[in-house]
Design a binder for this molecule. Structure first.
Ligand code: ZN
Length: 368
C-alpha cells in the first residue's frame, strides 16, 4: 500500500488540510473508490476501513490484478464542519455549495485537444483520452478555493479509472445506486451483491456530480469521436441510511464490493457468485420526491424498502395548532427507497422517495 498525501490549497495560516489516497496493486486496469464526499455520510467511511484492511491482505497475497485507489476520507473540509454539535458535511459552510456538485466537465476541457489524435486502436484511444484528461486538469489555473482544489484532486485520481465507486448514504434508506442508463446492466451484479432496492438511471441528473463527472465525458465525446467506448463505469452507491455504520453490515458490503472488483478483473481468486435476483433499473425521473402540503409533525406510514402502489399512504403530516391533517400518497408504483430523518415537514424538503418505472419529473433531478 502506498499512501499519497496531497495538501489542499487555501489553508488558513496555521492550518493545513490534506487529501489522502491509498493505492494498492499495479497494472493497467484501475478502480477508484472514495467514501464520504458528503462528510456526514459515514457508512462509506466504515466500509472503506474494511476495504483497506482486505486490500492490504489481497495485495500481500499477490491477488491484485490492477491498481485500486481508495480514498476513505474524500472530504476533509466537511469532516471538520461541526456546527453547534451537528455535523454539516453536505454543504461547505463558507460558500453554501454542495460538495458533490459542479465538478469540471472533462469532455469540454479536452474536446478540442483530441482532434487528429485518435485512430482505430481502441485501447490506445482510451489511453490518449485519459492522458488528455489528466493534462487538462493539471493545466487549469490555480484552484480558487479549498473546495475547488479538493474536487480537482478527487477527479484527477478518478478520471483515468475503469471503475469508479462513490460511496454515500441517504438519511434512512435501503441500498440504492445512481448511474448512467447505458451502465445499468454492468452494475446489476454490484446492486445484487449489495441487496440494493433501487438502481436509478439518468444521463444527466443536473448537478455535475462526481460519478457523472467520471462517466459522462465518454458519453458526450462519443458523437464527435465515435471510435471511443464508454470507458469508465461509474456509480454513486448509497450504502443505506446515515446510522448504518455497524461492523457486520459494513464488512459484508466491503466483501460485496471486492467481489465485484474481482468480477471486473481487478482481483484474482474464488469469490461468491452474484445473486441472480436484482432490483430493476428504473429511470431517475421516475422517482417520486414526496413533499408535505404544509408544515407539521411527520409520521411515516411505510418502512424503507416497502413496495407501494399508486395511492398508498406514505406519511402523515399534522399541524399541531390548527389540527390540519394530511396524508401524502404514492404517485407512482415502486419501492420506498429513502426517508428524511427529520420528522417536521418544511417547505421544499422531500420526506419520502419512491423509485417508480414511469418518468414523472422533468428538469434537474437531483435535490440539493
Ligand atoms: Zn451523499
Amino acid at each position: 500500500m502506498q499512501r499519497i498525501d496531497h495538501p489542499l490549497p487555501w489553508g488558513m495560516p496555521g492550518t493545513q488540510r490534506s487529501l489522502t489516497v491509498l493505492r494498492f496493486g499495479a497494472g493497467s486496469r484501475k478502480a477508484y473508490i472514495q467514501a464520504s464526499l458528503h462528510a456526514d455520510e459515514l457508512p462509506g467511511m466504515r466500509v472503506a476501513v474494511e476495504l483497506k484492511r482486505r486490500l492490504r491482505e489481497l495485495e500481500a497475497e499477490g491477488r491484485l490484478r490492477g491498481v485500486i485507489e481508495l480514498v476513505p476520507v474524500a472530504n476533509p473540509i466537511g469532516l471538520g464542519q461541526m456546527f453547534q454539535a451537528t455535523h454539516q458535511g453536505r454543504f461547505e459552510l463558507g460558500s453554501g455549495r454542495n460538495f458533490n456538485r459542479d465538478f469540471p466537465a472533462l469532455d469540454v476541457l479536452i474536446g478540442e485537444a483530441l482532434v487528429g489524435r485518435l485512430d482505430d486502436d481502441a485501447e490506445q484511444n482510451v489511453a490518449r483520452v485519459r492522458q488528455a484528461m489528466r493534462q487538462a486538469l493539471d493545466n487549469l489555473p490555480s484552484a480558487g478555493s479549498e473546495l475547488q482544489g479538493l474536487q480537482r484532486l478527487l477527479l484527477r485520481h478518478a478520471c483515468d479509472a475503469d471503475l469508479v465507486l462513490d460511496l454515500h448514504c441517504d438519511f434512512e434508506a435501503c441500498v440504492h445506486l445512481y448511474a448512467l442508463p447505458q451502465q445499468a446492466e454492468a452494475l446489476k451484479p454490484l446492486a445484487a451483491r449489495l441487496g440494493a432496492g433501487a438502481l436509478l438511471m439518468a444521463e444527466d441528473a443536473g448537478g455535475s456530480s462526481f460519478d457523472e463527472a467520471c462517466s459522462t465525458p465518454w458519453l458526450r465525446l462519443a458523437p464527435r469521436y465515435p471510435q471511443l467506448p464508454l470507458a469508465c463505469l461509474a456509480a454513486t452507491v448509497e450504502l443505506g441510511g446515515m446510522l448504518d455504520t455497524g461492523a457486520e453490515r459494513c464488512t459484508a458490503q466491503a466483501e460485496a464490493i471486492l467481489a465485484f472488483l474481482a468480477e471486473r478483473g481487478l482481483i484474482d481468486g474464488a469469490w461468491p457468485e452474484a445473486p441472480a435476483e436484482c432490483c430493476p433499473a428504473t429511470p431517475f425521473d421516475g422517482a417520486q420526491y414526496a413533499l408535505a402540503p404544509h408544515a407539521g409533525v411527520v409520521g411515516y406510514l411505510q418502512p424503507v424498502g416497502a413496495r407501494v402502489a399508486v395511492g398508498d399512504p406514505l406519511f402523515e403530516v399534522i399541524d399541531p395548532l390548527d389540527d390540519r391533517h394530511s396524508i401524502v400518497r404514492a404517485e407512482t408504483a415502486g419501492i420506498v427507497y429513502a426517508r428524511e430523518r427529520l420528522r417536521f415537514a418544511q417547505p421544499g424538503l422531500w420526506l419520502v422517495k419512491v423509485a417508480g418505472a414511469t418518468p414523472i419529473r422533468q428538469g434537474r433531478l437531483l435535490s440539493d
